[in-house]
Design a protein. Structure first.
Lengths: 440, 214
């Protein structure tokens, strides 16, 4: 390894560790890391800063911004609140059924809407419901953790659900239908296995239930939403825009030169123009600047390592492993899942995609890329700190003031999440490996 | 009977309901369900368990045990008390009373100042109101002041001398504020003062109201 390669790699790893250890300072950490990697590249490798910046995938950032705005627009239509009420009705406010309904619903919603937005709107309603029907610490932990895992799976199910898949779409590694047709069945199978496994654990077995509590819960929920209606003037343009985007992603030929980022931008623009005052307000106040800066810094970090040729070294090392090429892919996918568990999905995917590109030259690219997306999804589900929406869920739960058995305040932290996280990690990774193995 | 009642869940659920629907509205809904599920014994058990914590629930349980039905909301007298007003700030929320008032008060610009002792989801609270009815706060409500403006609050039992109201009402009754509004309307929702210590409530002189609708 040259000093240039070593320095940029050390900066990348140190930054990833630091942002995972001190998440409250993660923007400061990653931007400082990005700056350091640019300086190291310029001084040790004569890599011009402009060269690294020119390779930042701006199209991915465009997709992240405009789909975030689309999610915010949809959220303002109040559709999530109405859906949550329907979920409560559907489950009959029984704790086990509530958990299943919300898990499945969040999987479906996360396929098209930013996880954080969806959870920010749905989680308070779920926590309110759990207050109304009563819960135990164990049941609460399993329910919330299962919802988070379902969000990760939903995000991986479609090319626009979460950052890792957006990165594949934005970089042109896969087309929209290619990804959807492969990832959707894998995530659906993993979800079914995961829900089945959580039911075997019977986390709600100690929750005291009675007809009175379910009656009171449903009566109260209906009263709380008595006049809440979906804003049709917002929900129809949003759904129409989404349908048009999916159609364009699927059918617009690459020869037109209109990449997925242009389609997303155009779709979001049409949706926002349907209510110009809302659109302008969202643009001014609700762009996820934190996510954009975080991802930009990661791209710079990874770009500096790439410019040093380190990913080619890693790819070569992988190809020299004394196992068959198919097993090499599996080794890579398992390593990817663990790395993501430690560093979270954004950094994990950004760093690993370059190595995956090397493998995709020797194997069916779609199998490698979707396998990687499943590994990143598994890793995101391993620890609360790795889940995109983990810290948000923790904060909302603490703020809700929910009481569990004995009147103790409910907790939801690293250790409450861990058993479900391990279960989700194992099931998602095993499912991804099985599908990938069969496709190689 | 209280053994059949999960007191902790019931209390938690009542806090959720009362935080957004109002203590009296939530109490009547709970009493209806308690009666439907276990009749008078279950109402008595709930009253024993939670009555001291929630005096309005205690009073409503008492009324139901005395045979009273859920109150039918009559808004005519309140609308009459609001005659001549252009703007009205409603202090506190009692869902069924507020919904009825908003349905009957055409031509009146209404704002709602929610109580904060039992917190609720303000976004959902606002979504339950007509689009033209904003939420306001103690720091902000004076922008609705004027010679044709009024303040209204819900009264949880009144006598000739005193009326029980939410603490937010007291914060709107400083001499500087009173001079900025024309009418101060109390709307009785409980019929009689609570039998137990009126936690969450404050007694104010009945003379504070320019109109007390019972």
């Amino acid at each position: 390894m040259t000093p240039h390669q070593l320095a940029t790699l050390v900066v990348l790893l140190a930054t990833l560790v630091a942002q995972a250890v001190v998440p409250s300072l993660r923007l400061l950490v990653v931007t400082t890391g990005a700056l350091s990697s640019l300086v190291a590249g310029a001084l040790l490798g004569q890599v011009a800063v402009g060269t690294v910046l020119a390779h930042v995938p701006w199209d991915v950032l465009v997709i992240v911004v405009v789909l975030g705005l689309f999610s915010e627009f949809l959220a303002q239509s109040r559709v999530f609140g109405v859906l949550a009420l329907a979920a409560a009705e559907r489950s009959g406010a029984r704790p086990a059924a509530l958990s299943i309904v919300f898990v499945v619903a969040m999987y479906a919603v996360s396929g098209v809407v930013n996880n954080l937005t969806a959870l920010l709107l749905v989680l308070p309603i779920l926590l309110n419901l759990l207050k109304l029907v009563g819960t135990t610490q164990r049941a609460l932990s399993w329910t919330l953790a299962a919802v988070l895992v379902a969000c990760n799976l939903g995000g991986a199910a479609t090319p626009v659900g979460d950052f890792p898949a957006i990165l594949l779409l934005g970089r042109g590694a896969m087309t929209f239908p290619d990804y959807l047709l492969r990832a959707l069945p894998q995530t659906a199978v993993a979800l079914a296995l995961f829900v089945g496994a959580t039911r075997l654990a019977r986390p709600e077995r100690d929750v005291p239930t009675s007809r009175l509590t379910t009656r009171l819960a449903l009566t109260t929920m209906r009263a709380l939403f008595r006049n809440v209606r979906v804003e049709r003037r917002m929900v129809w343009p949003a759904l129409g825009g989404l349908t048009a985007m999916v159609a364009a992603w699927t059918f617009v030929p690459p020869s037109w030169g209109l990449g997925p980022e242009v389609v997303a931008w155009a779709g979001a623009a049409v949706v926002l123009w349907s209510r110009p005052s809302v659109g302008e307000t969202l643009f001014r106040g609700r762009v996820d600047v934190e996510a954009v800066i975080f991802l930009l810094a990661l791209f710079v970090l990874v770009g500096a390592v790439r410019a040093a040729g380190t990913f080619e070294l890693a790819g070569r090392a992988l190809s020299e492993l004394p196992v068959s090429p198919r097993v090499q892919v599996l080794v890579f996918l398992v390593a990817a899942a663990i790395i993501t568990g430690l560093f979270s999905a954004g950094p994990g995917m950004a760093a690993l995609l370059d190595v995956a590109e090397g493998l995709a030259r020797q194997h069916p690219p779609a199998a490698v890329y979707v396998g990687l997306a499943m590994s990143v999804c598994a890793g995101s589900s391993l620890f609360l700190t790795a889940a995109t929406a983990g810290p948000l869920t923790q904060a909302l739960t603490e703020r809700a003031g929910l009481r569990v058995e004995g009147g103790a305040p409910a907790r939801f932290g690293f250790f409450q999440f861990l058993p479900v996280g391990l279960l989700g990690f194992s099931i998602i990774l095993a499912t991804g490996l099985a599908f990938t193995w069969s496709a190689l | 009977m209280s053994g059949a009642l999960d007191v902790q869940t019931l209390e938690q659920a009542f806090r959720v309901a009362a935080g957004e629907l109002g203590m009296c509205d939530a109490a009547w809904r709970f009493v209806d369900e308690l009666e439907g599920e276990g009749g008078a014994p279950l109402i008595e058990a709930a009253r024993d368990a939670l009555g001291r914590t929630f005096p309005v629930l205690d009073a409503v349980c008492g009324r139901r045990l005395d045979g009273a039905a859920a109150p039918s909301v009559e808004v005519a007298a309140v609308v009459e008390a609001c005659a001549g007003l252009r703007r009205l700030v409603v202090v506190g929320v009692e869902a069924r009373w507020l919904d009825a008032l908003l349905g009957a008060s055409r031509g009146l610009d209404v704002a709602v100042l929610p109580a904060t002792a039992l917190p609720g989801d303000l976004e959902r609270l606002a979504a339950n109101l007509p689009a033209a009815v904003p939420l306001t706060s103690l720091g902000d409500f004076q922008r609705f002041a004027g010679p044709r403006s009024g303040l209204l609050t819900f009264v949880y039992g009144a006598t000739a001398q005193g009326a029980f109201v939410l603490p937010e009402w007291v914060r709107t009754q400083g001499p500087d504020v009173r001079s900025q509004f024309r009418s101060f309307i109390g709307w009785e929702v409980l019929a009689a003062p609570p039998d137990v210590y009126p936690r969450w409530l404050i007694e104010v002189p009945t003379s504070q109201f320019t109109a007390l609708v019972t």
